[in-house]
Write a protein that binds this ligand. Sequence first.
Ligand SMILES: [Zn+2]
Length: 696
Amino acid sequence: MLRPALHLPARAFKQCLPLRFSPLRHLTSNSSSSSQSRPLLNLPGYTTPDSFLEQSNTAIKECTALRSDLLNSVNSDDKNGTSTSSSLLLNLHRLDTISNTICAVIDLTELIRNVHTSPVWRSKANESFGILYSFISELNSDQQLYDCVKKIEEKGVKHFNYEESRMISLLRSEFESDGIHLPDEKRKEIVNLKNDLMDLESEFQNNIIEGRNIYAVHSREIKALNFDGGVLEQLRGHLGRTVRDEETVLTTDNYFTSSILKYEPSPSLRRETYIQSNTVSPQNLLVLSDLRSLRHEISLTLGFPSHSDKTINDKMAGNRTNVLNFLQTQMSSTQSGYKREMEILTDKKFELEGNRIIKPWDIPYYVNICKENSTVTNMDYSEYLTVSNCLNGMKNVCGELLGVSMFEEKVEVGEGWCESLIKFNFSDKDEGNHLGTLYLDLFPREGKYNHAAHFTVRCGCSYLKGADLKSQKPVVAVVANLGSGDGLENSISHNEAETLFHEFGHAMHSIMSRTKFQHMSGTRGPVDFVETPSHIMEYFVRDWRSLKEFAVRRDGKVIEEEDVKEGERIKGMFKNLEKRQQTLYSEYDQVLFGPTVMDDMDSGVILENLHGKYGMPYAHGTHWQSTFGHLNTYGAAYYAYPWAQGIAGNIYNEMSKVGLMNRESGEKFGSLLRPGGSKDPFQLVEDSLGRPWSGA
Ligand SMILES: [Zn+2]
């Protein structure tokens, strides 16, 4: 099965800072008539918005030709009994080159339709994305292509090495995930069900995007003077402080609700805000119910007991039992720590409000108060963290651990999609070989993708050009929306720095990965493994041994070890509570899409029961599940975040033991990055840890 690269968004529940929109700034001299002008991202052929359509048509033609060569070769070998190692391998590369040819265009359109400052470029990219998506769907339901895959796999058993066998077997099972191997009638049934499912999935997502409650509170309630100056200004600016008869109008936009829940002393306003923000998009309850039924029906038709079983089948975890065991371990391990942390919150609430009952809307507020109270050093990370400092930190990781030089290069006229774009090239320190290119688009503006994410544009792999194999160097982009204004010297929060390093981890996975096949390159592996390098990278903004090399204040003062330790201690004060919440959401996702889905169990009842099981406060009548997009996009795979986090923590401990900032530690990291998906993820983790990994 062929598929475009997924962009990898930052994990859920990263604190969102209020966005400051920069005015729309089109590229001033993006005209292709300029003799100096380069093509978009320096990729030949992309000089005007219409290039997308031309490149899409060319890619479709090339793939059609490759498909026909493949069919002729496989069928003639089959008929004449002439399959040889070299013809089988050539055909395997033909299959992979079909995927690479399409992805080279569709992955670029996916980036550009999300980020380009020009609506014309975005719209043309979007149009081409649609065309190529339909073409991919055609290929994925192409019976003749599937038959070739089966024949190559069958004949290849005696000839292929591990990587080649893994490639063809992954390809076959991905083809089968849409039921191509089933009798005609069943296959048609699945196609129809999948079309209905696609409609439901977009409906769910659109309801979330458009969903917004507007509510009025008495102005007396707004005691939000505890907000730090910036947040308060943002709030005032956005709200417009529509005051009518002493009423203030509020909305459930995330940047307001998260600030109010964290800083607002009035319990009744926090309660109102919590309830309003957890009752948005009520129509999604019905959509979610239909989504569960439909996913279940498709999974049963494909021979799986549930959507959860179907989803986990091709992931690192392998099966649902492993995931449920993992979540059980997570729950047990947080039991006593969670109890202790809740007692701290309860005591604080009693002190300030005179009662000990913690409600859901009390948690962010009292967590914040307890953290603020415990700050003895008054340390502010953001004094030490600027975008520019963080880029230096990334260069250190590349140089000191991975033996890779990361150097900035000018973005030429025509090459970029926005004015503030930054470009880095990477090369091998010893050999000097070019390894790949990273573009960074870090600041918010209107019309731009509004989260942080890594986008693949080209994978590091080989591909067929005529009869020869050529090497392709990775090109990737990291997109973020830092709230600091678009200056490299402006301060960013510690959370933002972590997000930036997280996405940089995905980028380095792409840049470092060298596989024979595009299908297994970089971040194209299973999501519960792919989130590991990015979580490892986050430690470089938490560990003083790394921070001391780049976290330097304007006056030259280097961040102090005790301050970092204190910062980490405060951040970790409620780590069991946070971990337990993520475990609860992961288990909810499993139950929702598990085998008992048809037992008429309402999504709200399941959520309330799970809160009971985990001993966590719940507000009856709210429906958080109607606002949680991951149930749609990550359905039954939300566990991937805590799963990968667990692996990352173990690998970091091993790197830490050997001193973190050196090549020995880097080898443990590099051995995880280079093979992409060409090795079994358990093997990769074992290679990195130096001991077997059991999965929990
Ligand atoms: Zn990620």
